[in-house]
Design a protein around this ligand. Sequence first.
Ligand SMILES: Cc1cc2nc3c(=O)[nH]c(=O)nc-3n(C[C@H](O)[C@H](O)[C@H](O)COP(=O)(O)OP(=O)(O)OC[C@H]3O[C@@H](n4cnc5c(N)ncnc54)[C@H](O)[C@@H]3O)c2cc1C
Length: 459
Amino acid sequence: METVSRTSKSDLFQASQVVTDWGRIKRAKVHHIAKPKSEEDLRAILAYARENKLKISIRGIGHNAVGQSFLENGIMVDMTGLNQVIELDETGKTLRVQCGATWERVTQVLEPKRLGVSTKQEFDIFSIGGSLAANVHGKSIDYPAMISHVLSFRILTADGEILHISRDEHPDLFRAAIGGWGLLGIIVDVTLQLVDDRVVEKSEVVYMKGDQLVAAYTERVKRDPEATPLCYGFLDTRFTNGFYVTYRYLDDGKTYSLDQLKRDEANPIFFDIFVWLQRHCSFIRSKAFGLTWATSAKPEITLRSRRLLLWDRAPKSFNDMLLQKYFIPVKNFPAFLPKAKAILEGYQKDIKLLLLHFRYQPFNDEAMLASLQDEAMCFLPVYLAEKDNPKWVAVYEQVTNDLLNEVLSHEGSFYLTFIPATLDQVRRAYPHWDRFVEVKNKYDPENRFTSLFYERIRS
Ligand SMILES: Cc1cc2nc3c(=O)[nH]c(=O)nc-3n(C[C@H](O)[C@H](O)[C@H](O)COP(=O)(O)OP(=O)(O)OC[C@H]3O[C@@H](n4cnc5c(N)ncnc54)[C@H](O)[C@@H]3O)c2cc1C
């Protein structure tokens, strides 16, 4: 669907303003926010940027934490107006969708057909473009990062052309733009391979001492991965006890309506209250893990795609948290955990942890900036943040740097969307970073597409 209408200049560009992202740590005063509704609008924005020697940053929903979607005095292109599902091929199980659409929009179309995507994040709030640019990974252990189910996409590059990209057409751009953080151009739409959305059943919730948990979890993940789409774990914030939860595909010959497969989750308001109490009361914080375990132990039958999500609707309190994702090779994870524990204990006076989550991440290194170089465990600390308190932010940056260096010394990697890192740290975790920059310079020699995140790494 080639949209040719063109929005008037005054509607297309909103005045200069200070913007931030989900992290609320990085900010910038942008020259304009542009709100395209068509491909013509995208071309007009690019032409305007070139004429006025302005940089362009691209924004989906803005849920990164490191200034990836804006730059001081640049144009921030808000993609949410390009949000149409273009074509669903039920027989071939493919979907073509514009990149400003969210997963929520995609779910509305796919769920009644019992189709889904193999990989997506733990909330449906993110844009498809933001997900592609991050090459997102999910909670499932049977499918790797998003690139694995991308068939092709169309991208507006710095010279004003919209190119069709696949594994056969401009393969370097295919591997660079997926997971390329908006630095190669604006991805306009994408064609995804879908999977059947099967019914899953919670099959095990296993509680044990922290020091035995990882070995038991790793053994469980490897046992029958085809039958077990989901298997993820939690540790208490002292690393003393933990549990893992497993879902298996349910092939019991019964037909379940969508209504029967609803998730029986607590109202997000209760979660918000629970988080507020933990923030203000150390006693509640000390009891919180037990409650998390008790609620996780409830039986459940639902759809795989619904269970990929942590919540159907993200609770408000998530906006006041920060989370990080570190990827440690499976073989090094047991040695890493005591080091992580020591680091986090060293900061416990200033930095409150909400929870520690871990899960197996299936290997895929097709993207140039693949965050895995081996099969890995994702280690995910969630912090009760004080985003508007500069003192807290300074300590948070220290703990992040300490954890990051520990991860790197265990041959691990980290998720660029949450962690501001130096060029050296990025190169260690992302061995093809220099090749990525070469491809960027080939398609974008004037560095038109950039962001605070990229300029910081380059400087
Ligand atoms: C609470 C929370 C939970 C999360 N859970 C997960 C998870 O389970 N798994 C996971 O992998 N990630 C997870 N993330 C990270 C999230 O997936 C990424 O930050 C993602 O990029 C956010 O999507 P967005 O639409 O908000 O993108 P934005 O933050 O707006 O942009 C992110 C990047 O994408 C680029 N971009 C956006 N649209 C386009 C486009 N059309 N063309 C080219 N580039 C574009 C931007 O320039 C930027 O570099 C989580 C984040 C939060 C806050």
